[in-house]
Design a binder for this molecule. Structure first.
Ligand code: NAI
Ligand code: MG
Length: 494
């Protein structure tokens, strides 16, 4: 409580109604055959808010069969591509009409501020509309070949896709996965994160209302090791799209090898955010603050390695610390709140563990480092200075509001150090020097590079990682490749 204004809710604010907790299979709400149930919590106070159905292997099998039927013989299989797009656009309209409710439900279950949740809902609409537009533009080619031959290619759906998503952007990750999958005509068996099961169920309800045929979208909540693994191991699932921890991706890739499923992964990061002395410092301070503290640092792209040119380091850290101390932490449903709770006890413990490690390794704690209050999972915005590249806090993904400040002297040095990580999701540079910016953009090993901005992500632009930050790309045209199989048709002419 020492350094931040902590306004905590004793009682949960009047929350949104929880309409659905069952499994959604073949456009029906059903109880598990062999699964069970689990509690989902409000991270702002640690209290349970609902008991949610968990799918077992038999439920996964039911959902996969429904998805297979929809793919091979249902109305979805013969629907005009343009009509698929219209259904997706209708879903986006319904999301927009229910934006306030969806945002409140997201904030209640995930802890993100209501403003952030509203931003996510907007992102959901943008993504669905963007891919709705693609539905009738997924084209093959005609290829001139030797002989009296007519040759063309078709892009066809990969098939039944298993989609496993995390808790940090529950609805947005859902949309990033539904969008390209539906545009390309696939059918979906999705497992939301066990921490945040609720908005996916509401989205399923809206998908049905929009007119998506039975079996096209199936939502199975449950634990990763059971429900998630059953989806990954199911022989009739053609592809797994996963967002989460790199170790989970390794497990999934090994399991997927048995059936040679296609896999795409969007994993973590330890993204370098590099500030040169010649930058617009007001913008850079605000940008570095947003880079690490947006959604309490629970972003795969969080700017957690803050490289600051030595000549401005002291002033920069001071200004950043001042902002951090003034951050308003509290009930995510209160519109004044700037930072909500971390998602779970597990994440809270992980963050506090890294704070201890940082101090033990000799980094200098400038501000923060403590839990806020005793109920709910709130952490102070935290800054470590005097961090060295080899320290755990500079190497590991903390996934919380903890930034490591690393001084540097020159552009070649900082590029080299920025790249010394197994991750490669995002990177940013703050400078007025075009040469430095271009050199950095070319040399840094990251799927996304920001120049004088941070966390600018659009449904229209490819997103994904180099190295252990992932495989494949989501968003933009790039995602379509991962949701289609390419077929070559060769016709001998008379
Ligand atoms: P996780 O990777 O365990 O969970 C992500 C999803 O995978 C969840 O739906 C989970 O149920 C599922 N899952 C877990 N084990 C599985 C398995 N064996 N087979 C199939 N599915 C499985 O991540 P977790 O435990 O929630 O968070 C741990 C750390 O992972 C975080 O502290 C953070 O560092 C990182 N993370 C990265 C994210 C990103 O956006 N790249 C998102 C969430 C977490
Ligand atoms: Mg896990």
């Amino acid at each position: 409580m020492a350094t931040t204004t902590a306004k905590k809710t004793a009682k949960p604010a009047a929350g949104p109604q929880i309409r659905r907790t069952q499994l959604f299979i073949d456009n029906h709400w059903v109880d598990p055959i062999d699964g069970g149930s689990f509690e989902t919590y409000n991270p702002a106070n640690g209290h349970p808010i609902a008991s949610v159905a968990a799918a077992g292997a038999k439920d996964v099998d039911r959902a996969v069969r429904a998805a297979r039927r929809a793919l091979e013989s249902g109305p979805w299989s013969t629907m005009d591509a343009a009509d698929r797009g219209r259904l997706m656009a209708r879903l986006a309209d319904l999301v927009e009409q229910n934006a306030d409710e969806l945002a409140a439900l997201e904030s209640l279950n995930c802890g993100k501020t209501i403003a952030d949740s509203k931003g996510d809902v907007e992102g959901v609409c943008n993504t669905l509309r963007y891919y709705a537009g693609w539905a009738d533009k997924v084209e093959g080619r005609t290829i001139p070949v030797r002989g009296n031959i007519f040759c063309y290619t078709l892009r066809q759906p990969v098939g039944v896709v298993g989609q496993i998503i995390p808790w940090n952007f529950p609805m947005l990750m859902l949309a990033w996965k539904w969008g390209p999958a539906l545009a390309c005509g696939n059918t979906i068996v999705m497992k939301p994160a066990e921490q945040t099961p609720l908005t996916a169920l509401r989205m399923a309800e809206l998908a049905q209302e929009a007119g998506l045929p039975a079996g096209v979208i199936n939502i199975l909540n449950g634990m990763g090791e059971t429900t998630g693994a059953a989806i990954v191991n199911h022989p009739d699932v053609d592809k797994i799209a996963f967002t989460g921890h790199v170790d989970t991706a390794k497990i999934i890739q090994k399991a997927a090898a048995d059936t040679l499923k296609r896999t795409t992964f969007e994993l973590g990061g330890k993204s370098p955010n590099v500030v040169f002395a010649d930058a617009d410092l007001d913008a850079a301070v605000a940008g570095a603050f947003h880079a690490i503290y947006f959604h309490g640092g629970q972003c795969c792209t969080a700017g957690s390695r803050l490289f600051v040119e030595s000549s401005i380091r002291e002033e920069f850290v001071e200004r950043l610390a001042e902002k951090a101390k003034g951050r308003l932490i509290g009930d995510p449903l209160d519109p004044k709140t700037e930072q909500g709770p971390q998602v779970s006890q597990e994440q809270l413990d992980k963050i506090l563990h890294y704070v201890q490690l940082g101090e033990k390794e000799g980094a200098r704690l400038i501000t923060g480092g403590e839990r806020v209050g005793t109920d709910g999972f709130f952490v102070q915005p935290t800054i470590f200075d005097n961090v060295r590249d080899e320290m755990a806090i500079a190497r590991d993904e903390i996934f919380g509001p903890v930034v490591s400040v690393l001084p540097f002297e020159g552009v070649d040095e900082v590029i080299d150090r920025a790249n010394r990580t197994n991750y490669g999701l995002a990177a940013a540079i703050w400078t007025r020097n075009l040469d430095k910016a271009h050199l950095f953009a070319k040399k840094v090993k990251a799927g996304t590079v920001w120049v004088n901005c941070y966390h600018v992500v659009d449904s229209n632009t490819p997103f994904g990682g180099f190295k252990m930050s992932g495989q494949g790309r989501e968003n933009g045209e790039a995602a379509l490749e991962h949701y289609t199989e390419l077929k070559t048709v060769t016709i001998k002419l008379g």
